[in-house]
Design a binder for this molecule. Structure first.
Ligand SMILES: Cc1cc2nc3c(=O)[nH]c(=O)nc-3n(C[C@H](O)[C@H](O)[C@H](O)COP(=O)(O)O)c2cc1C
Length: 190
């Protein structure tokens, strides 16, 4: 089982990283092959809408640090998207990555019942953190992206969501979140 974990926070030791690390270390202890990438350390652009991935190539034409990341995501059985909420959305680092996954769709994706270039059976894990304690706030983020990742073939998805995390080290003190991270990893590795 290959797990690719993308970190969307610029904080190297913040809340999303704390939850992601617990998820990854649990999966590793159960035999998973894992890779963690901090998007903030990479240099890349968002989708340029050149449509080369729909006309000439079966992948994104851009040659930047996301090329290797997109290849690894294609190879992985599980994709972990870990991001804080910034202004009611994923961070810009994560959003630019997601726009580049447009290259995962076949040229006829609008009419094809199997629109994805990815192999079937992959799983998606979303780790979302926010300062706002009200769970109803920003609850729209996960379903919105889950909808698009279902197109890619991520039929099974999991959500680990931490609300009210204002201090940098708040998540590591939240035993319920740490346990959910462990439980989710166990479920995936079953
Ligand atoms: C620029 C910026 C924008 C933010 N916007 C929101 C927001 O819209 N809603 C919210 O609940 N928290 C917001 N937050 C708080 C973060 O989501 C929260 O502190 C999160 O736990 C940070 O995760 P990290 O430690 O992994 O970076 C924002 C933080 C920053 C720095």
């Amino acid at each position: 089982m290959k797990i690719m974990c993308l970190l969307g926070s610029p904080r190297p030791k913040g809340n999303t990283v704390a939850i992601a690390e617990r998820f990854i270390s649990t999966a590793q202890s159960l035999g998973a092959e894992t890779e963690m990438v901090s998007l903030n350390k990479l240099s890349y652009r968002g989708c340029q809408a050149c449509l080369t991935c729909k006309t000439k190539l079966d992948k994104c034409v851009l040659k930047d640090d996301l090329e290797k990341v997109l290849d690894s995501v294609r190879q992985a059985d599980v994709l972990v998207i870990a991001s804080p909420i910034y202004y009611g959305e994923l961070t810009s680092q994560m959003k630019a990555f997601i726009d580049r996954t447009y290259s995962f769709l076949l040229p006829d994706y609008l009419t094809n019942p199997n629109p994805s270039r990815l192999s079937p059976g992959k799983q998606l894990v979303f780790i979302l953190t926010q300062g706002q304690p009200d769970e109803k706030m920003f609850a729209d983020v996960f379903p919105r992206y889950d909808f698009f990742f279902k197109w890619y073939g991520y039929q099974q998805s999991h959500l680990i969501r931490g609300c009210g995390l204002n201090d940098k080290d708040a998540a590591s003190k939240r035993e319920d979140l740490m346990q959910l991270a462990e439980k989710t990893a166990q479920q995936i590795m079953r």
